[in-house]
Write a protein that binds this ligand. Structure first.
Ligand code: GTP
Ligand code: MG
Length: 221
């Protein structure tokens, strides 16, 4: 029987386009972050807060990926960042082609930080390189502490993780120690921030991390 491996050929094609995107980002000196999580973990809320906190100091733009609607883009625009919405029309992740096709919407060389909010999904987005510098993921306390061991790829691929909605811990049986231990077992280098995008708790550490990453890319311009 002749078998065609469609999966790896799709990924190889995506990787080639991602490399092309990456060359653009490096050339223009913009730090690019791919923000991923399961649905509703708090990506857009974290983005809104981040834009509000840092847009006085950095030039920030956002690409919003959703299956449907422009609701997240409207929220980010209201927070004060230029934003474009990509609707995947059913696909559970963004791919490098969609980012490439929208690259020239922003003057990249006039940006310090481009944040891409991926489609809410704990599996597929981690497998598709977009050309970003770093993948950052959000895990929320309402999802359960078993998620790192059940969905290892994203935890393995991420450079940093925000454990969000810590304001809800008193009402949940979320085992923080287990979640962090399992996440670290998958990825020794994972930088972890325990935050509440709702109350602002812990967000300063996240902003400081982001500023360091932006400075590193700026220094290599
Ligand atoms: N209590 C609490 N609620 C939060 C926090 N962060 C986000 N939320 C709420 O969680 C819900 C989902 O937040 P979003 O920011 O839309 O999540 P998302 O990851 O962007 O969702 P998708 O884009 O649909 O995957 C909203 O009702 C937020 O107000 C938090 O730190 N604490
Ligand atoms: Mg969102």
């Amino acid at each position: 029987m002749h078998q065609i491996d469609v999966g790896s050929s799709i990924l190889a094609h995506n990787d080639a386009l991602a490399m092309h995107n990456r060359e653009h980002f490096i050339e223009e000196g913009v730090y690019v972050l791919n923000l991923m999580s399961g649905p509703g973990a708090g990506k857009t809320t974290i983005l809104e807060q981040t834009v509000r906190a840092l847009s006085g100091k950095y030039r920030i733009a956002v690409i919003e990926g959703d299956v449907q609607t422009s609701q997240d883009a409207d929220r980010v625009a209201a927070a004060g960042a230029p934003v474009i919405q990509i609707n995947t029309g059913g696909a559970c992740h963004l791919d490098a082609r969609q980012i490439h096709d929208n690259l020239h919407t922003f003057a990249l060389d006039a940006l310090d930080l481009l944040i891409i909010e991926n489609v809410g999904n704990l599996v597929c987005p981690a497998e598709f390189d977009l050309g970003e510098h770093d993948k950052v993921m959000v895990l929320s306390t309402t999802e359960g502490a078993d998620k790192p061991s059940k969905y290892p790829v994203m935890f393995h691929e991420a450079r940093a993780m925000l454990l969000n909605k810590i304001d809800l811990l008193p009402y949940l049986d979320f085992d923080t120690e287990k979640a962090l231990r399992d996440a670290r077992a998958l990825n020794l280098d994972l930088d972890i921030f325990q935050v509440s995008a709702r109350t602002g708790a812990g967000m300063e550490g996240w902003y400081a991390w982001l500023e360091q990453r932006i400075a590193k890319v700026r220094a290599s311009r």
